[in-house]
Ligand binder design. Sequence first.
Ligand SMILES: Nc1ncnc2c1ncn2[C@@H]1O[C@H](COP(=O)(O)OP(=O)(O)OP(=O)(O)O)[C@@H](O)[C@H]1O
Length: 338
Amino acid sequence: MQIMLNNLKRTYGTLHAVNGISLFIPSNTIYGIIGKSGAGKSTLVRLISLLERPDEGEVHFDDTRVDNLEKDSLIQRRRRIGMIFQNFNLFSSRNAEQNIAYPLEITGVPKQQITERVDTLLSLVGLEGRGKAPISTLSGGQKQRVAIARALATDPDILFCDEATSALDPQTTHAILALLKEIQRKMSLTVVMITHQMEVVRDACDQVAVLDDGVVVEQGLVTDIFANPSSEVTKEFLTHLVGLDESSLSDDHMVHWSKKKGAYTLRFRGGTTDQPILSKISRQIGVDFNIRAGGVQKVSDVEIGTMLVDISGSDEEKKRAIEALKQMGVVVEEEVAE
Ligand SMILES: Nc1ncnc2c1ncn2[C@@H]1O[C@H](COP(=O)(O)OP(=O)(O)OP(=O)(O)O)[C@@H](O)[C@H]1O
């Protein structure tokens, strides 16, 4: 199921929470929507998941306009949308299998069929044999697995994950993202992942839109955006991710040799990460590179290298060195003096 948003707007009083968003979310993909607190992510999700109507603009699922559906068709359409949340939203009075069964009960599915479907879903999310467990006895990761099974019960074609891993530790986050990727493939789902964590985008999403102040400031393939971010917001997210600020010197993607950041950030992608580019340019142009920090991380199986460097030489030599780096496919960002 592909999703097309056309100039969506939602205003609360004088606040433009979503201010003209157009996006194309292809079918059978994991699409990330990232933004800081207040950027408009939750509002956008409520509009796309048909929980709220936009003031202006249109939402299309495949070839059907869905933002203006009448009540009955709206309810029908919403049943094919699964949602999971940061705080799981499970019924604490029901055990795991009763939670998963709930959406099937309210749509009148026969009991025998419910039992079979719940068993299949429990095994899909790796909780075989835990159906009778009271919710309070489950870990955060297990609760999210129950929530995923419940969201999938009615066989949706779109799954929204609203900060689904934000309350989980890194290891559990990793396991839940792996499960979501597996389920997405198995069920050919369109998954929309709302997050404020670039790690989630890096580890799970194919494409991403970056939101700021109710608008999309950047969007595209995750590998492209990691290698060549254009908006300030994206760069800031990436800075925190790779731990370039001095407060996170022990970050696991970067090794820091110096407390200074370096005047230039170099981003290498794929094939360029294993070439001796710096020494080549150093020999050719006569500049010296002082590497202050560096690291390589995998983004959708593509290696993206980041290096913080100072370049010494005349202004003219520095200019030529930067030009040569760019010609070799390296993205160069200059630290702006404050
Ligand atoms: N129902 C509402 N009534 C009034 N203002 C709202 C309402 N919902 C959202 N807002 C405002 O709209 C803006 C965008 O909020 P939204 O919750 O969509 O952002 P967000 O990116 O999801 O933030 P967070 O990550 O903190 O949840 C905020 O300034 C918020 O205060």
